[in-house]
Each structure stands twice: as C-alpha cells, then as structure tokens.
Design a protein around this ligand. Structure first.
Ligand code: SF4
Length: 352
C-alpha cells in the first residue's frame, strides 16, 4: 500500500502491481499477516516498523493515491452493499470537483480514481467531469456496475483517452443469480453493455483501459463462481477476473450472509493478530462527494473517519495535516485499537 519509493520506478511499479493482482500472492500475504506466530516475532515487527519509518521520512514527497466520489447515489441495491439498506445519495459540486482536479495536477498526481461508493454514470455530468480531468492532464479510473455504459458514453470516454482502468462489479452469471444479488439491474442489459464495450475496446487495439470484472463471493452465487470465472476470463478485452470476500463495511451492513462462515468471507482480523500500522494512512486519500476526506474506503458507509474538509483546505495540507499525523502516530504506537473506526476495522493490509 505504501506507494512512495516504488512509484518512482516504473519497473518496480509493474512488479508490485503484478504481486498485488496475483490472487495467490495476495492470499499468501494476508495469511502471513494474520498468522500470530509470525506477527509476534521481533523480526516481523521490526520489518514493519522499518517500512513505516521509511514512509514517514518520505511523506513530504509522497503523492498519494486519490479517489474522488463524483457521486454517492447508486442505481443498484446489491445485497452486500449498504445502498440496499438505507438511502445514500449525493453528488459533488462541479466547482469543488474542478478545484480538486487542479490541486491534483499541481501536486503532480498523474491518476485519479473517480468513484468511491456510488455509480459514477448516474451523474448526468459524468462526461463533463472526464473532460475536466483530461484537460488537466490526468488519467483516470473508476468502479462501475456497467448498467449505464451505453455505446455513446463508452465511445466518448475511449475517444478522450487517459482512461487507464475500470473495475466492473458483476456479481452473477445466470440471470437468476445476477438479478437476486444486484436488483433492480437487468442481467441481460448489463451483459450486453459489457460485451459491446469490450468489442469497442478491442477494435481500438485492446490496450486501454485495463478491465477487471469483479465479483463478491456470496451464498447466492457461490455455486456458479467457477463458471463465472471461466466465462469472463475467456472474454477478449478482460484483463482480470477478481473474486473477493465480502465486507460488512465496518459493521454498517446489517444483513448477514448466513450461508457462509464469516472467516474467509469477511476480511476478518482476529483478536490475537497484531494490527499493524495501516498503510492507507501513508498512501491514500478518499474525497467524499461533500468534500469530507478519509484515508480509506473501509468507513465509506458510516463516514466517521474524517481527516479534513476539502471545501476548506487543499488536499496536500490535509495529507500533511495534524489530523492524519495524530492518526499515524496512534497506529505507529500500537494504539490503533483506541480509535473508534480503525479499532474495529477488519482490514490489516500488508505493507508491500
Ligand atoms: S479504518 Fe481500517 S483501512 Fe481505514 S485507515 Fe483505519 S485501519 Fe486503515
């Protein structure tokens, strides 16, 4: 998660990306990070503290990964998402969006993710936002359910360039499963949108954007995951198929997935695991639609972990400011559990 020294070297960045995207490596890293006999050793703790100290020293020159929530509203009510349980709506003011993009360009950011907890294409001004990002010289990525990915929208984005990555959330293969998990979206319409978009991408050479098809493993879709993986892996234009465990959004999602044991489905960190300092604090900023800023998206449903207000202060000031410094210190001093949100967070991201 610490991007600093590595991001200055493209070859290292590619290796790091390969490591982070390899399901076996990620699984092995997560298992190791949760293995008490290892995490209790002085060598392991020394290694982590060494990484944290290096991240601290590099802080002034770090350019974090930034995600901007252009819109919070979503047109789906997926069973594993808090959107299915309570009304969550909001859209980012265009002036604030423009200011943020200008700040990122001046800071030296090259990429920005344009979504956090909503469906970006429900925003009528989505393409206008893409144009603003491109005019500032930034590249962009986003997450989407692809339900509104029309041919015109896809062509306009491909035409403007700079679209590096997209993660399409597709949580079922058969019509029954898909529509049970992602109501009220139509499986056939979404699959048609994706197939048309992938054909467009291929017709343009097939390099960009890098496409991930992601799926959360759930009681509803477990029986068809193998087929799902085979279907999308064979599709020209798909670069990666990612099957992930569900999260309860830090306790915010009330509905339990009763058919699945918690362990290995939720990103559980057990009591006897050492909660390492969280790398997100040194490497990421998430700007919600109303300008509030968080260091991660784990708390994106409740939004209690707020380290600044982008309507009142520049992002760089927030990144180097006292709120985040206090939180980093608490993590560094093994007081992460004292914090209401970080203390109950399931994530224990590896320092890679
Ligand atoms: S809530 Fe979790 S992921 Fe977010 S900063 Fe705290 S420990 Fe890290």
């Amino acid at each position: 998660m610490d991007t600093t020294p590595v991001d200055r070297h493209p070859a290292l960045r590619r290796v790091r990306r390969w490591l982070l995207e390899s399901p076996r490596v990620v699984h092995a890293a997560r298992t190791l990070y949760r293995w008490p006999p290892l995490t209790r050793t002085r060598a392991f703790r020394g290694f982590i503290r060494h990484r944290v100290a290096a991240a601290d020293r590099a802080l002034q020159t770090v350019i974090p990964r930034v995600a901007i929530e252009t819109v919070l509203t979503c047109n789906a009510r997926c069973v594993m998402c808090v959107h299915s349980e309570r009304r969550m709506v909001g859209i980012m003011d265009m002036d604030l969006f423009r200011r943020l993009v200008e700040q990122l360009a001046a800071w030296g950011c090259q990429d920005v993710c344009l979504s956090i907890y909503g469906e970006p294409m429900v925003d009528k001004r989505w393409l206008e936002r893409v144009a603003i990002v491109r005019a500032a010289g930034l590249r962009y990525s986003f997450f989407s359910n692809a339900s509104m990915l029309t041919e015109a929208t896809a062509s306009a984005m491909l035409e403007q360039g700079g679209w590096t990555e997209v993660n399409f959330s597709v949580n079922g293969l058969s019509k029954d499963v898909y529509e049970a998990v992602m109501p009220p979206l139509s499986r056939d319409r979404v699959y048609a949108n994706l197939e048309r978009f992938l054909a467009l991408k291929q017709a343009r050479g097939g390099a960009d954007p890098r496409v991930t098809i992601s799926c959360v493993a759930l009681r509803e879709n477990l029986h068809e995951l193998r087929e799902f993986q085979a279907h999308w892996s064979a599709m020209p234009g798909v670069d990666r198929v990612a099957i992930g465990g569900r999260t309860d959004w830090n306790g915010e999602l009330m509905r339990a997935d009763a058919g699945q044991p918690v362990r290995n489905r939720l990103r559980v960190v057990s009591e006897d695991t050492w909660h390492t300092p969280c790398p997100s604090l040194w490497s990421s900023l998430y700007v919600y639609h109303d300008g509030r800023v968080s260091p991660c998206c784990e708390d994106a449903a409740a939004r209690r972990l707020i380290i600044g207000d982008a309507t009142a202060a520049p992002l760089r000031e927030i990144f180097l400011g006292p709120e985040l410094a206090r939180l980093r210190r608490a993590h560094r001093e093994d007081r992460r559990s004292e914090h209401g949100v970080c203390g109950s967070c399931h994530a224990n991201w590896p320092w890679v």
